[in-house]
Design a protein around this ligand. Structure first.
Ligand code: 13P
Ligand code: ZN
Length: 270
């Protein structure tokens, strides 16, 4: 079967980046079974040939009204599909969808009828929010990083900006490459509209990365690689904190003065 990626190098490159990140998620142990999901907004890469394609499914409801993503196109990981399989075969474990003019339903356009992730409400509502804000962000990554999820099993780590402050202080890179810190969303049912709205509210209060209590992480950025990098630096900090604890002490963390100097020199938000 001919893939939509054939003779479309820019589109193939973006989907290739999703496959590369999917491989990293599996290697890190963050993607058990079908755990995690990725969507990217590919609308800017759509050509006339793609627009002329006949959808391969009937319209399916999103169960949300999302006016800013009218006629937009997305690559979505398939529900129940494994990241480790997607890494090898992105178009056999995900699909390309188009949002219909009613802003409430979508069709699958290519390559096969692979139903999108069960977290589609969170992903599409987020893309809708990002476009509405004029954001350049085109990627959403949800994954289950072991150490970051472990932190969410304790009330202190769920207090506003406690995790941000401790994780930033573990190693200078974390604030430099995750400069907005990490927001917190209390436990909500996976795949629910409530989880989608709470995630948007957290991103709206100026975070790129949100911890979902006892579940995982949801990150947004310009592309899938950058969204992955933000999660990766945060989880590295969590690992350093835990490594120190395993050595029998609580990590001191960088001092306030060191954090302030870092923020000034690298022009980071306070
Ligand atoms: P999907 O397989 O439907 O993408 O679900 C995985 C997941 O992590 C749900 O939160
Ligand atoms: Zn999940």
């Amino acid at each position: 079967m001919k893939s939509i990626l054939e003779n479309r190098p820019a589109l193939a490159a973006e989907v290739g980046k999703v496959a590369e990140v999917a491989g990293y998620l599996w290697q890190k142990g963050w993607a058990e079974r079908n755990g995690g999901n990725i969507t990217i907004n590919i609308t800017e890469l759509v050509d006339e040939g793609m627009k002329a394609l006949t959808p391969i499914t009937e319209p399916r409801p999103i169960c949300l009204h999302l006016p800013n993503i009218k006629d937009c196109w997305f690559y979505c990981k398939g529900t129940n599909r494994r990241m480790r399989d997607l890494a090898r075969e992105p178009m056999a474990n995900g699909s390309i969808i188009r949002i219909l003019p009613d802003c409430e339903s979508y069709v699958i356009v290519a390559d096969a009828d692979i139903a999108p992730t069960s977290e589609l409400p969170s992903h599409l509502a987020m893309h809708n929010y990002l476009l509405g804000k004029g954001s350049p962000y085109r990627a959403c990554v949800h994954t289950h990083p072991i150490e970051l999820v472990a932190l969410t099993h304790n009330d202190q780590w769920l207090q506003k900006d406690y995790a941000t402050k401790v994780l930033w202080s573990m190693i200078p890179e974390t604030k430099a490459f995750c400069p907005r810190g990490v927001g917190i969303v209390p436990y909500m049912l996976p795949g629910s509209k409530e989880l989608a709205q709470a995630t948007i509210d957290a991103v709206d209060s100026d975070y790129d990365v949100v911890l979902w209590e006892k579940h995982g992480v949801f990150a947004v950025d310009v592309d899938v690689m950058s969204a992955f990098d933000q999660i990766d630096v945060l989880n590295k900090s969590a690992l350093i904190y835990i490594a120190a604890k395993n050595l029998g002490f609580i990590a001191d963390g960088m001092t306030e003065a060191q954090m302030q100097e870092l923020s000034e020199v690298f022009h980071l938000p306070k």
